[in-house]
Structure formats: C-alpha cells, structure tokens
Design a protein around this ligand. Sequence first.
Ligand code: R5P
Length: 298
Amino acid sequence: MTTPLLIGMPGNEAMTKSLMPFLGAEIGQVELRAFPDGETHLQFLTDLSGRALIIICTMNHPNERILPLLFAAATARELGASTVGLVAPYLAYMRQDRRFKPGEAVTSRQVARLFSDAFDWLVTVDPHLHRYGSLSEIYRIPTCVVHAAPLMSQWIRSHVPNPVIIGPDSESDQWVSAVAKDANAPYTVLQKVRHGDRAVEISVRNLQDLDGRTPVIVDDIISSGRTMIEAVRLLIARGATTPVCIAVHGLFADNSNALLVQAGARVITSNSIPHETNGIDLGEIIAASIRELAQMPS
Ligand code: R5P
C-alpha cells in the first residue's frame, strides 16, 4: 500500500497537520484561486497518480466550499488517484432533514447524493442526526461517525469542578446523557421552542436548584447562538455565575460567540471548525476512524 496523501482544502491546514502523525501520511498541496469573474481555478501541486487521497474539508460556509470540493474530487480521479476519501469534521446541511413546509428542498439528501457520487468514503464528527437514524439512510458510500462526547466529558472533568450538565433541548438528550455519565455528573434537559431562525424560547421544568454547581450546557452546534444564549440567561436568572457552553461544532453565525460571552458564558468548542474557542482536539480520534474506513494498518 502506498503512503496515503492528505490534502487540506483552504482553512483546513491545522486539522490536516494534526492528522498526519497518526496516519503516517504525507501532506500534498492544492491551490485554489478565484478568476476575476468569481469562477474557481483549482490545481493540485502534488502528483496524485496511484495515491490513496484523503481530502480534509470542514463544511462551515458550505456553499462556498462544496463546489471547489467537488472539483477537487473529480480532478483527483482524472489524475489517477486510486481512492478519494473525504474527512468533513463538520458535515453541513444535515438539519434540513425533512420537508417541513410544502415545496422545501430536503438538502441533506441532495448533499449526500453529491458526496456519495464524488467520494469513496466519508468520515465526520457527530453529524446532526435527528430524524435520520444513521448516515447510511442518505449516503451510499461507507461512512464513519466520530463521537466527541468522551472528549467533552474529559474536558469537563479536568476543567469544571462540581458540574451539572444541561441539554438545551430534547434533541440534545443524546449528548447530555452520554457526556454526563462519563463526567460523573448529574444532568437535566431544558425545553426549547424554535419560532424562527433566530427566535428561540427556552424553559425549564425539572431543575430544582443548581445547588452551587456550575452548569455546563452541551449541544452539537452553535449557529446563531440563540439556543445557548437563552439557556445561559435562564441559568443566570437561577443564580449561576458563569455557565460553560460546550459545543462540538462552533459555527458562530451572527457573531454569536461575542453575544454568548456578553450574556455571561464561557464558550468551548472542538476543533471540527477552527476557532479561538477550540479547546477539544479531535485529531487522534478522527485519525482512528480514517484508518478503519480507508483500511490502513494501525
Ligand atoms: C438543534 O437542532 C441543534 O442541536 C442546535 O441546538 C441548534 O442548531 C443551535 O442553533 P442556534 O445556535 O442557531 O440556536
């Protein structure tokens, strides 16, 4: 087997470097630039012939990333790559998982179709699986899902004395129970009603007393930040001092990191998306899944 070749799409350099030592892989280069009219020029600067190629591309700002990514996969095949795998630590478009209103696009299926045509396999971290039981319901290629929960628990154990784990909504129950169990902490789940993209109402039924504990709110995604902000406000109104917000994927639309800090929170994310709040490094566990899917010796 030839040494695998890792190629990080722009913005994925740090994750690409952190995977390299765990995979015994080489790093190759791709260059992207925009023509004056906005079209993409893409050129591989490394010979791909016969190589098992692993492309790293996290999917925040997905619309600007998807087309260059598809160009990269197709070009790699034309240039003779033996296999082309995708590592998308954050997998976008998973939340539009049904036609909520007549006429809407179910984009999760459409993106899955595009990626299944372009790649041989996919590794991702905690995709938003709410109404799908698994990625295989929409992806036709082998997929592997990395779970950040054990690393989140580890972070909590070493940074937060006396925590209580809080899920902001019923969807977060899967996180909260796993994280709380491993962090050896109690947990509770709040109730959320979403009225719009940026309008969220959070209430609490079963939180008696924080009892001097530090609330740690755990969710998969921070996007507009409204879910976390409303949860932070509610907990501060109940006497919490600095609630900790931990998310796997920090998208931080609308400058929501600053808004969360203003609301009184401390914010921690994994490095599935590069950001100043990254405190949880996924490199080693992503590499383990790549080895499994790409059938590399461990
Ligand atoms: C809900 O479906 C997700 O688990 C997150 O709670 C949600 O995506 C967060 O979005 P926002 O930050 O816009 O409230």
